[in-house]
Design a protein around this ligand. Structure first.
Ligand code: HEC
Length: 158
């Protein structure tokens, strides 16, 4: 204790001398304690979460139009939440995700006719994201398998 006290006094003395000499004394206060290790990796969706792969695709690709709530934007982007159109035909939904869609469609009584560009390149990804959608936003739409979509043709990218 006493030693620290003395050291502090000595440092104040040195600082005073430096100042009085017009020197640009070190003003940097250095903390010697180790900074806690902060994890900076991006937050990844837990792999054990059901439909994790599909969720990741949704967050990257679909969310801009169909929104985080799955409710879409009235008049422009149809809802995936509680969508009668989606729930009526899962294979069609996979095909639309792969190849895009531009046709008049009635979703929950509202007419949509804006183009949706192709979103993913593989059936695996399309099935994953549709299974996520079928089981999100309160949907209880079951699942679709790769076997179910074996006849879907992946059209050449535009
Ligand atoms: C650029 C905006 C946009 C993006 C991105 C987008 N969609 Fe769409 N989606 C639309 C539009 C517009 C329609 C209506 C298309 C039509 O009328 O033919 C639609 C229709 C649909 C439908 C059928 C209608 C319904 O509401 O049930 C499904 C299923 C669908 N999208 C799934 C997806 C999935 C899954 C993704 C991401 C992998 C996605 N969409 C990304 C704009 C988008």
């Amino acid at each position: 204790m006493k030693k620290n006290y003395l050291t502090a006094f000595a440092m104040i003395g040195i600082a005073a001398i430096m100042q009085s000499c017009g020197g640009s004394g070190e003003t940097k206060t250095e903390t010697t304690s180790e900074a806690p290790a902060v994890k900076t990796e991006e937050v990844v969706v837990a792999a054990e979460e059901p439909f994790a792969a599909g969720k990741k695709i949704y967050m990257e690709k679909c969310i801009v139009c169909h929104q985080a709530t799955g409710e879409g934007i009235a008049g422009a982007f149809p809802p995936l939440k509680n969508s009668d159109y989606l729930l009526a035909d899962k294979v069609r939904a996979v095909a639309q995700t792969l190849n895009g869609s531009h046709e008049v469609m009635i979703v929950n009584g509202v007419s949509y006719n804006a183009p949706m560009p192709p979103q993913v390149d593989t059936k695996e990804d399309a099935v994953a994201v549709i299974n996520y959608v079928l089981n999100s936003f309160g949907n209880n739409g079951g699942t679709v398998s790769l076997e179910d979509v074996k006849d879907v043709v992946v059209k050449p990218r535009p």
